[in-house]
Design a protein around this ligand. Structure first.
Ligand code: IMP
Ligand code: MG
Length: 179
């Protein structure tokens, strides 16, 4: 049984509803095209699994494993690709699926890397957007929720690799404990 922590910032119900909207929008925007959805692991695993099932056009899936935080709650600004794509995205319509865009460093690094492979198009879908922390401008075409400048966990997001399995989004206080 999942231990229940404090009051969630974003409930399961809100997440589910928002994912249905995003799925509808993406299905409309990609009506006549196949789309390659790229999940950025580990953080995006839960969002990705729910999002792709809310999309009604043919979807090809792939994953990237990146690490930018090295187990702390502060960004080091360094992004490491631990595992790369297995599909060729040249000429494809690609959507990168992220858990959260914070400083924007991870996403802008990934976009640059993927654009060098010449996809037909490249868009971003992020469950959470924390715009107050942005240090580099990077457009996000599909956003689930805008969140305040607080460290959040759950629904894929971790603190020191824990809390990813919480079925909702919660806020961590500065001691690393949940509010
Ligand atoms: P950025 O490069 O600063 O935009 O951060 C990108 C990555 O850091 C995200 O994909 C997350 O994996 C992680 N991250 C940033 N903020 C949070 C947070 O509040 N909770 C959990 N992970 C976070
Ligand atoms: Mg991430």
């Amino acid at each position: 049984m999942t231990r229940i922590f404090g009051k969630p910032l974003i409930s399961q119900q809100e997440i589910n509803r928002r994912i249905k909207d995003l799925g509808r929008r993406i299905s409309e925007d990609y009506q006549d095209r196949d789309v390659v959805m790229i999940g950025v692991l580990k953080g995006a695993f839960a969002f990705f699994a729910d999002l792709v099932r809310a999309i009604q056009v043919p979807v090809e899936l792939d994953f990237l494993v990146v690490s930018s935080y090295q187990g702390s709650s502060k960004s080091t600004g360094r992004v490491k690709v631990i595992s790369d794509l297995t599909v060729d995205i040249k000429g494809q319509d690609v959507i990168v699926v992220e858990d959260i865009v914070d400083s924007g460093l991870t996403l802008s690094f990934l976009k640059k890397k993927l654009l060098m492979r010449h996809p037909n198009s490249l868009r971003v879908c992020a469950l959470l957007d924390k715009p107050e922390r942005r240090t580099i401008n990077v457009p996000i075409e599909y956003v689930g929720f805008t969140v305040p400048n607080k460290y959040v966990v759950g629904y894929g997001l971790d603190y020191q690799n824990r809390y990813r399995n919480l079925p909702y989004i919660a806020v961590l206080d500065q001691d690393g404990e949940q509010e």
